[in-house]
Ligand binder design. Sequence first.
Ligand code: AMP
Length: 217
Amino acid sequence: MEKELNIIIMGPPAAGKGTQSELIVKEYGIPHVSTGDMFRQAIAEKTPLGMEANTYISQGKLVPDEVTIGLVRERLAKADCQHGFLLDGFPRTVPQAEALSEILTSLGKKLTAVVLLVADDQELVDRISSRRVCVKCGASYSLKTKKPAVEGKCDNCGSDLILRNDDRPESFKSRLDDYHQKTLPLVDYYKKEGLVHEVDALQDIEGVFTSIRKVLD
Ligand code: AMP
């Protein structure tokens, strides 16, 4: 059997985690476990989880740890994660990282690598103003670097493209602050385990992916 790839992709908001995740899961055939996508789907379906998560997400705040950890615990136990997974957007706090470690131990798994996308804040603020997402399927576009074929419409499903609520300037600033205060300490946590591989997120999409492939191959 091929080696299991249990990967975390980390980086500040708008560093390109979603775009690179799509490429990684295609290349390595592992499921994309994105807590942000899971929450957005729950919001679209108006489930109780979605309603609760939305009160935090629409303000650019983190969803409480106990909610998020429960969601990931259930997801990683599913059969499609048996031979690997790509975690995107989780863990985001030290308690989440500790919970992940406990979840993986209980499943008899270990992390293979943490891919850290690195970019400076000003560049991210510039990037975010041009990000658009599909209201229906969540596909992500950039008005500068990844334009849809038809203006304002999703290439996959033809639905409208919008600016995410949490990409508006005030919410985005709050997300960047959270990243610095709560998520960056995780980098040290994983560096101590020798798992962190830094990748320059300011290269073009292909360049970033080539760097990631070098790490994972
Ligand atoms: P993302 O698409 O990963 O940027 O996530 C969008 C939003 O979902 C975040 O701004 C948070 O409000 C929420 N969220 C996603 N993942 C987590 C997490 N691991 N912990 C807490 N909140 C999260």
